[in-house]
Ligand binder design. Sequence first.
Ligand SMILES: *Cc1c(COP(=O)(O)O)cnc(C)c1O
Length: 224
Amino acid sequence: MNVQQNLEQINEELKVHCKKEHVSTLPNVIAVTKYVTIDRANDAYYAGIRHFGENRIEGCLQKKQALPNDIVMHFIGSLQTRKVKEVINDIDYFHALDRLKLAKEINKRAEHKIKCFVQVNVSGESSKQGVSLEDVNTFIENLEQFEKIEVVGLMTMAPLTEDEPYIKSLFQALRLKRDEIKALNLNYAPCKELSMGMSNDFHIAAEEGASFVRIGTKLVGKEE
Ligand SMILES: *Cc1c(COP(=O)(O)O)cnc(C)c1O
């Protein structure tokens, strides 16, 4: 399938699922291009996508250079502290803030304010990155000292499972935590956004009010 057709299909599903739960705003679709070539990423651009996601520095810099300059680049993977300087000023959003050491390094290297999502490990699986749900408040309080960091929202990755009610409960828990932080009205942490949902579960994330879904395989495909 071509990217245009995939996108139409995804938009249709997003509409249906948002309507089902009376969600009034459709999520923004981030095309995750980590598995594909620049040509394929360009196809996504010409299909109308402007948000792109990469989880490796090299891929991120390559795509950013190759694509037209009105794209919005999201770094969606974990980032080693010592590599922050290689990429932080080339991205628009960072989705995986989960350690104070990383926040400190971003603050040191960033030339402008960086829009960050705090990554939350909602399921508590030991293999997953992220701050635990219980620790989110304290973690965010500790970010106030870093003037280059703006906490725009919360991000999570759901575990690989076909148990949709379980995935829905995790996305709901993240939404409630987002609502709680947002209600604190912190100027450094407006926390209005929710980054959740991938190829297998974006429809569930839409039902729970995701503002960004991150879709690779089902949108641009996956090349070996
Ligand atoms: C790879 C990746 C995605 C997209 O995964 P698909 O299942 O191919 O849609 C989304 N978010 C993160 C953090 C990823 O690493």
